[in-house]
Design a protein around this ligand. Sequence first.
Ligand SMILES: C[S@@+](CC[C@H](N)C(=O)[O-])C[C@H]1O[C@@H](n2cnc3c(N)ncnc32)[C@H](O)[C@@H]1O
Length: 243
Amino acid sequence: MAWFKTWFNTPYYHILYKNRDLTEAEAFISLLVMDLELPEYAEIIDLACGKGRHSVYLNNLGYRVLGLDLSDESIAHNRQFENEDLKFEVHDMRDKIDGGKADAVFNLFTSFGYFDDPQDDKKVFSSVFDILKQDGYFVLDFLNEKYVKNTLVEETVVERNGIDFKIKKKIEGQHVIKDIYFNDKGEDFHFFEKVKLHTLEEIDALATECGFQREKLYGNYSLGVFELETSPRCINIFKKVGV
Ligand SMILES: C[S@@+](CC[C@H](N)C(=O)[O-])C[C@H]1O[C@@H](n2cnc3c(N)ncnc32)[C@H](O)[C@@H]1O
């Protein structure tokens, strides 16, 4: 089974990343929706929503939100947050999205670059394109491949909930691979993450091929200027124009 289907569906993924900065995530979303000037009650799809941190906050801001994720465990967890304007569904981002057209689709926090087959990357872009309204936005918040290469720390140990996660990172070909080793209650575990280091040119080519126009590019969660060598993030804002 593909690594991204198993690892993200385990409780350990959520334990390892539990200290993610919620304040930063919410501040980012607030800046983003202001920047996009989304209409009141806009329809937003949070594609690969995980445990729904961005979906819930967007809904709190008054937007109608559909959170989609491949992990049935995460979607089951998110059901508790549902209301008339906030829904969650299990969905593979490579598949066509059903339902009414959206004003914006967000793919946040490196929820892309997982697929071996380049056709799958195209499928993501075209399913997003199809579900967007005319002039709708696609926000792809991806890693900056140059920054990843420039700052790679080969080995670290992170302690969470009494578990020592030993993390080894390496670049192999065009991928960054993160091996995660730990022992819980006497049992040894090994998971990994493998993300394709799509360059800015490759992201642009995918977007253009599907009919998107680049609107903006930011380099961090404060929506600062993108610098190729030093920006931690590559936050792409594409628009569906002229169909
Ligand atoms: C790095 S996490 C980010 C989650 C969320 N966006 C956040 O910021 O908390 C990546 C997410 O992508 C989801 N995912 C992986 N492959 C997917 C696929 N093919 N279709 C939809 N979601 C997928 C995982 O289940 C996981 O929740």
